[in-house]
Design a protein around this ligand. Structure first.
Ligand SMILES: *[C@@H]1O[C@H](CO)[C@@H](O)[C@H](O)[C@H]1NC(C)=O
Ligand SMILES: *[C@@H]1O[C@H](CO)[C@@H](O)[C@H](O)[C@H]1NC(C)=O
Ligand SMILES: *[C@@H]1O[C@H](CO)[C@@H](O)[C@H](O)[C@H]1NC(C)=O
Ligand SMILES: *[C@@H]1O[C@H](CO)[C@@H](O)[C@H](O)[C@H]1NC(C)=O
Ligand SMILES: *[C@@H]1O[C@H](CO)[C@@H](O)[C@H](O)[C@H]1NC(C)=O
Ligand SMILES: *[C@@H]1O[C@H](CO)[C@@H](O)[C@H](O)[C@H]1NC(C)=O
Ligand SMILES: *[C@@H]1O[C@H](CO)[C@@H](O)[C@H](O)[C@H]1NC(C)=O
Ligand SMILES: *[C@@H]1O[C@H](CO)[C@@H](O)[C@H](O)[C@H]1NC(C)=O
Ligand SMILES: *[C@@H]1O[C@H](CO)[C@@H](O)[C@H](O)[C@H]1NC(C)=O
Ligand SMILES: *[C@@H]1O[C@H](CO)[C@@H](O)[C@H](O)[C@H]1NC(C)=O
Ligand SMILES: *[C@@H]1O[C@H](CO)[C@@H](O)[C@H](O)[C@H]1NC(C)=O
Ligand SMILES: *[C@@H]1O[C@H](CO)[C@@H](O)[C@H](O)[C@H]1NC(C)=O
Length: 852
């Protein structure tokens, strides 16, 4: 394979990790204690990477050449190596000056207060609001354990900001909950639950004194199937992602905590995400149509929902850095979407001070090497206008007022000690009212995709056998476990001693990363999106408690690749995982070790039930048709209630109601070139290019276009009951304006009339089975000159046996439009629109036509 990475050979349980793999990291951590925190990692990694990659770069180069000619990369052979960025000038349209905040829509009041506040500040104070605190590798300058800080301005009664990770709970501190991850929320397709989760999570950030929550994630959307961070976000479908980010932003900000919706934009692969040595970050080359209809779409929803912060990304877009790209920041976000908040850099994503300021970035993290005093100097010498600086500060403070942080918000970082092992005042952020959402959230993100011979639910089994490395708790759950390597901090306790996460996280791309986390149950992915809950229920803990009550005989082996199997077991559970982490992309979509274990058990047990904790898409064709594999559950990343949720589903106390938020292929090759990340090749060796040539055709749009039969289609999932669909109604609103282009003014989210409801579709859903259950009914629209069908509505209905409900799907102007690259507007085309309603993207019993 023409890749830097070898196909990985997962180590068997107990097999020692070669000591030299971790020691470099352990040594670094001893030298730089601050590495146990994200910002420390970012800071030191930046310093270390340069000399490190001098050597590793050579190594990689050799590997690349050793690996032979990958046909796809040969096209540029013979052309001169590009060594100068000027080669790419003009590929991203310049959009200047940076538009100042105007206080439109719901922002008028916050804008007025922010103007008043900022009007009293000196240049230095405005710079201070925009610049992460300077830190040293020691503890001086570190006020708290937050991922980033903005200093206080005492004379203004402003106490500063604490910014902290991330998407599924407050990371790297004590007394917090572990919520389900983004992919898990998407698999539940439940807007109400997404809102409840966000409110509960937002409350924990608030109680801990975190002003800015570094999430949610809608970029990556999941273009690259092996993408290391796809699990942090929701789904490769922009409508599903957009609906869920709306609830998440609204829920978190309702608690007075600012969301930093990230990563803006085109941050679709981890490989080459940061510059290393003389190689720049990968460039996501995205055409204007795909940008609007796919990548920008969920960000538009987040802006509409009022996100007060957006994080610009590590990658380049059309060869211009994410945090210095005037087209994406000044143009798309601040002009077209009317964004009123502030743009914060991803950690160490700033590569040019003046350019980033003028291209619309408003706050740098985690330090101010390029801003701080230098920004003040740039304002004084005219490179950056004072108006631009004032606008930065105004946008930052408007967010603060918009969510009400001027009124009784806790002291920044009050519950975030620098070192939780040292004595400190306990701030328990957990709230008993969140118990239900933690458990329901965990349950609803499990997706049952195979269930034959009535394998599930279990019927009071006399004997159960449990296999697989993802069943039990990791051996350690401890702050500084593994000899000083804080795997706990990055969600690495069950992976290889946290080796992979930490290696990738610090930009060390050349490890033979593992496909799995072999050392205990997986309930979160790794990196800054991980979470550190106060406790975790593992599947085995919960099964054991249940067996105790039922007096079930239990055998288990979490260790062997070829365990003894008691064939008289009523059921054999194989609980395994697919790991992913920030910092690197997954080496594969399946692995031989796990597939071998499943086949070994299935050959010996005629009721083999497979459960995958999958941090992304996991292929199953190596064994799914084995007649003894009776059931398969994609359990995703459920958070702290993992075990309890699984047992509740296995025993039928709850009914599976999740559906896949992505497409599972029969073979990795079915995803074609987006299966894996793009690598630096040929003349672009120093400027890696990722050409998004597939446009909007990723995931099910691609499978539909190419007429490829997936193993499990987007939107698919089984239940213990069945639902019938009937009575499709399609109504165009009488009063709807169906002019071809919107004419409304721009407010946050874009032109206001994009949100006008043009038509409404409804259908009846009836539970025709025997038990209570939840059904996700899905509306797809075939827009003229667009994919045959695209998700444009979904509703989750919980129904008792024989009960019926009507699902209603409003269709807005944006839902029915295509992006017109000439008009630079959303275009509502006159014509016939195909309407489909049903159970999944390929099981659509109802159809009809809407005429515009
Ligand atoms: C990137 O380039 C494409 C092709 O020229 C263009 O359609 C698109 O608008 C550009 N995007 C940005 C952000 O510059
Ligand atoms: C700061 O708070 C004090 C006490 O509440 C108040 O007297 C003072 O006016 C405030 N200053 C500003 C600049 O808001
Ligand atoms: C202005 O100051 C900035 C920041 O130090 C510096 O990068 C830039 O070169 C200066 N410009 C001029 C014209 O002196
Ligand atoms: C728990 O949540 C409820 C409802 O949001 C709230 O009223 C209560 O103050 C919270 N308790 C704590 C200790 O935060
Ligand atoms: C699993 O954890 C144990 C205890 O920390 C350790 O000895 C072992 O090497 C780990 N195995 C792997 C594969 O990381
Ligand atoms: C299924 O399991 C039974 C044991 O219950 C075993 O005898 C049989 O060979 C297995 N079938 C296959 C196809 O492996
Ligand atoms: C497994 O085999 C046993 C006896 O050999 C049989 O009673 C049972 O029904 C089989 N289970 C399945 C799911 O086929
Ligand atoms: C997937 O396709 C490759 C060739 O593209 C083939 O070698 C491999 O056997 C296929 N795997 C499966 C599970 O079909
Ligand atoms: C990406 O697009 C550029 C510009 O069209 C082209 O030169 C380059 O070869 C493409 N890269 C790949 C890997 O296809
Ligand atoms: C459910 O729908 C199927 C197919 O349309 C039909 O055959 C069946 O009678 C329906 N069942 C009920 C209970 O309505
Ligand atoms: C289902 O039935 C139970 C018992 O009859 C009732 O308490 C519950 O409210 C019903 N649920 C729904 C969703 O109608
Ligand atoms: C629409 O539904 C009818 C049955 O009601 C079916 O015959 C037809 O194939 C469906 N059309 C499409 C495009 O799915």
């Amino acid at each position: 394979m023409g890749e830097k990475r070898q196909e990985s050979q997962p180590l068997a349980q107990g097999q020692a990790v070669p000591p030299d793999r971790t020691s470099w990291w352990a040594k670094m951590q001893q030298r730089f204690p601050t590495l146990q925190r994200k910002r420390g990692v970012a800071l030191v990694a930046g310093l270390m990477i340069l000399p490190l990659f001098g050597l590793l770069g050579l190594l990689a180069l050799r590997n690349r050449h050793d690996s032979g000619n990958d046909g796809a990369t040969g096209g540029t052979a013979g052309q001169a190596l590009i060594t100068d960025d000027t080669y790419f000038y003009g590929q991203s349209e310049p959009v200047y000056p940076s538009p100042a905040m105007t206080g439109v829509g719901a922002w008028a009041d916050a804008y007025r207060k922010a103007l008043d506040f900022v009007g009293q500040l000196t240049i230095e104070e405005k710079v201070l609001l925009a610049s992460g605190l300077p830190t040293s590798t020691g503890s001086s300058g570190t006020l708290n354990g937050c991922s980033g800080n903005i200093d206080a301005i005492p004379r203004m009664n402003f106490s500063g900001f604490c910014l902290n990770d991330a998407g599924q709970g407050v990371r790297a501190t004590d007394f917090v909950s572990g919520f389900p991850s983004g992919i898990h929320v998407a698999a539940s397709w439940n807007k109400d639950l997404a809102r409840d989760r966000a409110e509960s999570m937002g409350l924990e950030f608030r109680v801990k004194g975190v002003n800015i929550h570094l999430g949610p994630v809608v970029g990556p959307v999941g273009r690259v199937v092996r993408g290391g961070r796809n699990w942090e976000g929701f789904s490769p479908d922009p409508y599903l992602s957009g609906s869920l980010v709306t609830e998440t932003v609204t829920g978190i900000q309702s608690q007075g905590v600012i969301t930093s919706t990230k990563h803006f934009i085109g941050n679709e692969q981890e490989t080459n995400r940061q510059p290393t040595g003389d190689t720049e970050s990968v460039s996501s080359n995205i055409d204007d149509k795909a940008m609007h209809e796919l990548y920008l779409w969920p960000f538009q929803d987040a802006v509409k929902a009022g996100t007060a912060n957006v994080m610009c990304s590590y990658n380049r877009v059309n060869n211009s850095y994410g945090c210095a790209n005037s087209k994406t920041q000044n143009g798309l976000l601040k002009t077209e979407l009317g964004f009123q908040g502030a743009i914060t850099s991803d950690w160490d994503a700033l590569h040019a001070g003046v350019a980033s300021a003028n291209s619309g970035m408003d706050m740098v993290m985690p330090n101010s090497k390029l801003w701080g005093d230098k920004l003040a100097e740039a304002v004084r010498n005219g490179s950056v206008s004072e108006d631009r600086l004032t606008d930065m500060a105004t946008r930052i403070m408007a967010g603060y007022y918009q969510v009400g942080q001027d009124k009784d918000f806790p002291e920044p970082g009050i519950g975030m000690p620098v070192d939780i092992t040292k004595p400190h005042d306990i701030v328990d952020a957990r709230n008993i009212s969140s118990q239900k959402v933690l458990l329901d959230g965990a349950i609803e993100g499990h997706v049952l995709v195979k269930n034959i011979k009535n394998a599930l639910p279990l019927k009071k089994p006399r004997m159960l056998s449990v296999y697989g490395y993802s069943a039990r708790s990791p051996d350690q759950w401890n702050y500084k476990s593994h000899g000083g390597v804080a795997a706990w901090t990055f969600g690495g306790e069950s992976s290889y001693l946290g080796r992979d996460t930490q290696a990738g996280f610090s930009g060390h791309y050349f490890e033979d990363f593992s496909d799995i986390a072999p050392n205990g149950t997986l309930f979160s992915g790794g990196g800054s999106g991980a979470v550190t809950p106060a406790f975790v229920s593992s599947p085995y803990d919960a099964l054991n408690a249940r067996a105790f009550d039922d007096r079930t005989a239990v055998f288990w082996d979490f260790f062997s690749p070829d365990p003894d199997v008691a064939s008289i077991s009523d059921a054999c559970l194989v609980i395994v995982n697919a790991y992913a982490s920030e910092g690197y992309d997954r080496p594969n979509l399946r692995d031989d070790y796990t597939d071998g274990l499943i086949r070994h058990v299935a050959d010996r047990c005629n009721n083999t039930i497979v459960i995958f904790h999958n941090a992304g898409i996991r292929l199953v064709d190596q064994w799914i048709d084995h007649p003894n594999v009776t059931a398969l559950i994609f359990a995703h990343l459920p958070g702290e209630a993992s075990g309890r949720a699984l047992v509740s589903l296995l025993y039928g106390e709850s009914n599976p109601s999740g559906k896949l938020p992505y497409t599972v292929a029969r073979n990795e090759s079915d995803y074609e070139h987006v299966a894996k990340p793009d690598l630096p090749v040929g003349q672009f060796e120093r400027f890696p290019q990722s050409n998004f040539t597939e446009g909007i055709y990723i995931d099910y749009r691609h499978f539909d276009l190419k007429n490829i039969t997936p193993r499990y289609e987007f939107g698919f999932g089984l239940s213990y009951t069945t639902f019938n669909y009937s009575n499709l109604k399609i109504e165009k609103r009488d009063d709807a304006n169906t002019d071809e282009y919107p004419t409304g003014e721009i407010r946050e989210g874009g032109q206001v009339d994009l949100w006008d409801v043009i038509a409404s579709v409804s259908a009846d859903i009836k539970n025709v089975g025997d038990v209570y259950g939840g059904e996700i009914s899905q509306l797809y629209v075939g827009i003229p000159n667009a994919p045959v069908r695209q998700l444009r509505g979904f509703e989750k209905s919980f129904l008792n046996a024989t009960e019926q409900a009507t699902a209603t799907f409003p269709l807005t102007r944006r839902d029915l439009s295509v992006w017109d690259v000439v008009a630079q507007k959303w275009h509502l085309q006159p014509g016939e629109y195909r309407i489909f309603v049903g159970r999944s993207s390929r099981d659509l019993p109802l159809n009809g036509t809407l005429t515009i």
